[in-house]
Design a protein around this ligand. Structure first.
Ligand code: PMP
Length: 402
């Protein structure tokens, strides 16, 4: 007999089940706008030219040590360069930051969550509603009480800033963790303005909340890394807050399967940082012993080679401008079709995703009649649009909302 007889079937993650349904559809005009990966105008994965070159350099320069284990905190040339990319010029503050190389952004979120749970015992973690679904998964697996704060206002199709502030000020308690998307919020594509970020930072100070930034799309919001890092740098520059940042290179380097990321913890003093590093290393040891090497070597080569770095900035521009063009194209087609409703938000939202503002019924109609697959929330991956398919997508939305 089995110890597992009590197990019931577990529903597939929404994105994975969408992919399965898409695969099973034999219609040749089918389109998937589900998962968060960049595609070029031919709907193909894109290996960034800067990554291709860095990969060759890594292959050529590696000796017989190439498959050796890394230290537990990972590849230092990578995580220090990742830190500098994110925080910019740190001056004397570098010693207050602990950085570790992690198994991509997910690993950084998980490591940070476990560390905070064990060291600061938060009574709750506050996630935006909606957020990346894995935030719920990670924090509930770690065993912290998960609460949500209002973020998206479906009637204005914008950030519900007042409600967000009200709920956090009334209900969050000192020591609670506040999850913030550093830029290009997934899934809504809506970020706070700089003034709003300042207000959030001030609230973290007065209420004693611990800000934890998830930074998976640096460069995807504006195409400019410094601009996209603004919120994190602002929180850091106030000098009053400790904070954590989970950083991913999956999207901005297109290194998805290589699992390249870092966790940065900004602490009050260098001594605390050094102690925290020991605790984080112990946790990392229990999860993965050491993170994987190849992707981090590629990323470090790009970040530390001036020519390649410039080329990478250009690659990011390519991706972010294609996404902006597709936003414009979809908005323009909907307007020219006279589709009922307002579609300006599709263009003004940023990053890879758009919350189009469709109901679950409309999403189902689009899937059934047009073979276009998106999440039930009406979130679409703009990078799934191409000059060829955007017309069909606009017509399908038009048909469903009429
Ligand atoms: N955070 C957010 C908000 C994301 O959208 C993603 C990727 N979908 C991640 C973290 C993690 O990505 P990865 O583990 O692939 O780096």
């Amino acid at each position: 007999l089995s110890s597992f007889l009590h197990l019931r079937p577990m529903p597939l993650d929404a994105i994975y089940s969408l992919k399965e349904t898409f695969k099973a559809d034999s219609n040749e005009n089918k389109i998937i706008l589900g998962s968060g990966v960049y595609r070029d105008d031919q709907s193909l994965p894109w290996v960034l030219p800067s990554v291709e070159k860095a990969d060759e350099i890594v292959a050529k320069t590696q000796d017989c040590g190439r498959y050796e284990y890394l230290p537990i905190p990972g590849y230092a040339p990578f995580y220090t360069a990742a830190r500098d990319l994110l925080f910019g010029d740190l001056g004397d503050n570098a010693s207050r930051i602990v950085s570790l190389h992690t198994v991509a952004g997910t690993g950084a979120n998980r490591l940070g969550a476990q560390f905070l749970k064990e060291t600061t015992h938060p009574s709750a973690v506050w996630l935006p509603d909606p957020t990346w679904v894995n935030h719920h998964n990670i924090w509930s697996q770690v065993g912290v009480n998960v609460k949500t704060y209002p973020y998206w206002n479906s009637s204005t199709r914008a950030l519900d800033f007042e409600k967000m502030l009200r709920v956090l000020s009334d209900e969050a308690t000192e020591g609670d963790v506040l999850i913030l998307h550093a830029c290009a919020h997934n899934p809504t594509g809506v970020d706070p303005t700089k003034e709003q970020w300042m207000t959030i930072a001030a609230m973290c100070e007065t209420k004693g909340l611990f800000p934890f930034f998830d930074c998976a799309y640096l460069g995807f919001a504006s195409g400019d890394l410094d601009e996209d890092a603004w919120a994190v740098r602002h929180f850091m520059s106030r000098g009053t807050l400790e904070l954590a940042v989970a950083q991913s290179f999956s999207k901005n380097m297109g290194l998805y399967g290589e699992r390249v990321g870092a966790l940065h913890l900004v602490t009050a003093t260098a001594e605390i940082a050094s102690n925290a590093k020991g605790h984080l290393s112990r946790l990392q040891r229990g999860y993965v012993s050491q993170p994987p090497t190849r992707g981090a070597r590629i990323a470090a080569t790009i970040l530390r080679t001036p020519d390649l770095y410039q080329e990478w900035l250009f690659d990011i521009q390519q991706m972010s401008s294609r996404i902006r063009n597709m936003r414009r194209a979809l908005r323009d087609r909907l307007i020219s079709l006279g589709t009922p409703g307002s579609w300006e938000h599709i263009f003004s939202q940023i990053g890879m995703f758009s919350y189009v503002g469709l109901t679950a019924e409309q999403v189902a109609i689009i899937e059934e009649y047009s073979h276009i697959y998106m999440l039930k929330s009406g979130r679409i991956n703009i990078a799934g649009l191409t000059t060829k398919n955007v017309e069909n997508v606009a017509r399908a939305i038009d048909h469903a909302v009429r």
